[in-house]
Design a protein around this ligand. Structure first.
Ligand code: F6P
Length: 371
């Protein structure tokens, strides 16, 4: 793992969907690197700023990151560098001579871009797709350290990704509000939360808000069991019901709700709550309403926890480079941040462990998973 070449200049980029905490990582990487006498270059929009210079006519695809630029960004949501989950350079959609869209591997152009910009190492902040890509570039000789980002918390190798805690915090506040209005109208409120094929956000939010039902992708639900549980609770004198459903949840024998499938892009999930609402009608007398929180979970300022985790990850990434490490990801392994080889994590998705004490806690609290 040890590398000989002395670092003078590093790059940092953010890829995939944004997550609260990205700017805090950028700040920690920038300050830790500048303090070591290194230069720090921010690449705009994933790798676009580097390998598609024609899209950045004034040469502003690359930003020289300074103390001043990152001074106040820790509490800011989003990413000052911009991001994209389109146009993966290793499978870049282009038109062939017949006008047909084909996927082209532009890895060589990306690597040439790094050489042109005299960049010695990359801190890649991203989820599974971005880290997989960065690992591919590492295999072609680029020195890479990854930082795990996603509100979904579904990355293998780390106990937590940054952004997750902020998403759960917001979902908790929103669901608390649904309790009061549901109570007034004796309604069933279904709240759909992002998370892709993992139920972490829904599970933690459901527990925090004492939901009646939590539906997650890891446990295909039985509609009759869900309806019976809600009716039983009403029968026991409860005035309303809250159902927290992950966007990736599906009924037993049914399909995940997909809004859009597009070549070269991840499936766009959504609509699980609407499907559930329609199927519950007739099985429950009380009115049912549905709320889809969607991208609200990704926006806004990171919580104090996520700021601190992001700052720790960013600083650890620079320490790793300084110690000569390569092809690794920083990871939370409480109470410490450790390093895991990118090869070990990038192809796996971390889903909810059904034997975990968190799931047991939910069951002990009387939360129904529809099983
Ligand atoms: O991976 C993060 C995430 O927010 C998922 O929870 C969600 O399914 C997806 O991204 C939405 O992506 P987009 O912003 O492209 O619609």
């Amino acid at each position: 793992m040890a590398q000989e070449k002395k670092i003078k200049r590093i790059a940092i980029n953010t890829g995939g969907g944004d997550a609260p905490g990205l700017n805090a990582v950028i700040k920690a990487v920038t300050v830790s690197a500048l303090n070591r006498g290194w230069e720090v270059i921010g690449i705009r929009d994933g790798y676009n700023g580097l390998f598609l210079p024609e899209n950045y006519p004034k040469g502003d695809g690359l930003i020289n990151l300074t103390y001043e630029l990152v001074e106040d960004i820790t509490p800011q949501g989003g990413t000052i560098l911009g991001t994209t989950n389109r146009g993966n350079p290793t499978r870049y959609p282009m038109k062939d001579p017949n006008g047909k869209i084909i996927e082209v591997d532009r890895t060589d152009e990306v690597l040439a871009g790094f050489r042109r910009a005299k960049i010695d190492a990359l801190v890649a902040i991203g989820g599974d797709g971005s880290l997989f890509m960065a690992n591919g570039f590492a295999k072609h000789g680029l020195r890479v350290v990854g930082v795990p980002k996603t509100i979904d918390n579904d990355l293998d190798g780390t106990v937590l990704t940054f952004g997750f805690e902020t998403a759960v915090d917001f979902a908790t506040q929103a669901t608390d509000r649904l309790h009061t209005t549901a109570h007034s109208h004796k309604r069933v409120m279904i709240v759909e939360l992002m998370g892709r094929y993992a139920g972490w956000i829904a599970l933690e939010t459901g527990i925090a808000t004492s939901a009646d039902v939590v539906l997650i992708p890891e446990i295909p639900y039985d509609l009759d069991i869900v309806a019976e549980h809600i009716n039983k609770n009403f029968g026991l004198g409860r005035k309303h019901a809250i159902v927290v459903i992950a966007e990736g949840a599906k009924p037993k024998g049914g399909e995940t709700a997909v809004i859009e499938r597009e070549s070269g892009k991840a499936e766009r999930l959504g609509g699980a709550a609407n499907i559930l609402e329609a199927s519950l009608k007739g099985k429950i007398e009380n009115e049912i309403r549905t709320v889809i929180l969607g991208h609200l979970l990704r926006g806004g300022s990171p919580t104090s926890f996520d700021r601190r985790l992001s700052l720790r990850f960013g600083a650890a990434a620079v320490r790793a480079l300084d110690e000569g490490m390569n092809s690794i990801m920083v990871a939370l392994d409480p109470p410490t941040v450790r390093y895991v080889p990118l090869d070990q994590i990038s192809s796996k998705m971390r889903t909810v462990d059904l034997e975990s004490d968190t799931v047991a806690t939910a069951r002990d609290l009387g939360i129904c998973f529809g099983d």
